[in-house]
Ligand binder design. Sequence first.
Ligand code: AMP
Ligand code: MG
Length: 487
Amino acid sequence: MSTAIPLTLTFGGQFARELEELAVPWQAEEAPDPQLLVLNEPLATELGLDPSSLRTPEGTRLLIGNQIPEGATPVAQAYAGHQFGGYSPLLGDGRALLLGEVTDIHGQLRDIHLKGSGRTPFARAGDGLAAVGPMLREYIVSEAMHAMGIPTTRSLAVVATGRPVRRETMLPGAVLTRVASSHLRVGSFQLARVNGETDLLRRLADHAISRHYPDAALAGKPYLAFFEAVIAAQASLVAQWMLVGFVHGVMNTDNMAISGETIDYGPCAFMDAFNRGAVYSSIDADGRYAYANQPVIAEWNLTRLAEALLPLLHEDQDQAVALAVESLGAFRTLYSAAWSAGMKSKLGLLPDTHDDVASPLVDGVLALLQEGQVDYTSFFRRLGSAARGTPETARSMFADPGAFDAWAARWLALAPDADLMDRVNPVYIPRNHLVEEALDAAIAGDLDPFNRLVDVLADPYTQRPGLERYAGPAPEDFGSYRTFCGT
Ligand code: AMP
Ligand code: MG
């Protein structure tokens, strides 16, 4: 056997070892004709992997679990979850595998995970597969989120398998190689609790604490401190989504990571015109996961986490509930603080600007955007020019510029900091029409538009000449956008 560099990688099987009740050893399906479509070289290097070795046929097989590095025990992870509010006692990785953990060059433990690697015992009616388009889509959006500084799982590679996948039509199949600080979900705790084994629940919590919140171990009530740390991480995460206009689309409890990273990019999308009710997912008919509902849904999911953790919070159930309720109360405060601070930055206002002054300005501008169906991302970026004394580009976005002028006069009186605005208001986001254009070309065999888009999104806050078409809203004929789950 060759000794190509990626194979020297040491995979730990910490999750599989410590939590074997939640781990089913499994193998990825053999891909008939694996072709590397995209490799994230900076991420590979960060993981201590040699990109050129990963580009060899052997490296490509490693990326999809067809060649198992020494020490690795691939497992399908079991978890439960509330999907659209209804409880599913057993979900688990139906088409995914955890290859194992590696230690990156910063000493951090990172999961290497496969999506689209074939049926597992959790596949139910699913085929276990994924198509090239949705896997490249996750690659684009997750890497864009990372570049914006928002916690997220990462994308290491997408490999076409050479196996067709049956959806509405036959599509080329692919595996996404995903990297995360872990794949522990709210649903993992729900399963551990439902099994009624406090021992498993405790081991799961200890595992999560050691991986994500080591300080909690030092607290007087470690499991309560852990819960509070998850609350804080989610409050911060969802505030960041809201600030960039991201709609996750399927915030089921199995799609909420304990680490506070954005996970499971399915029917997600970025808003173009500001709309509190924005829903893109074809299956979210009631708008449960609409843009403006996301903070409330996060709080709802954290309440489900609290229920799962109760036996660890106090031996007396009533006291456990009282502790959980008190901790949950912090979510709204933390979320509001993160969101308000972020909105002040978007408007170029200093952090110490009093809320009595900032809040009416924030509410006022969002009402104008909603009313005028104004493109959220380009408006805030153009507002930077207004802060520099050139209001025309922002002003021209309103059918009724008078209302904007009145708002802008009050805002300009606070001397907004345009440089601060440019650091937090992205120029380039994964706009739906650009993503679709890149995926259509990629599926037809041309990866250039995909690679260009990924490049542009890697530096979202720096406006560059020649990239104007990446900075504007969709052309009128793009129509209303629909996204799909489980593709
Ligand atoms: P999601 O909401 O997309 O994260 O997926 C919900 C559940 O469905 C998870 O347990 C997935 O593993 C499973 N799933 C989604 N698509 C497939 C598929 N094509 N084959 C098997 N399981 C799937
Ligand atoms: Mg999921």
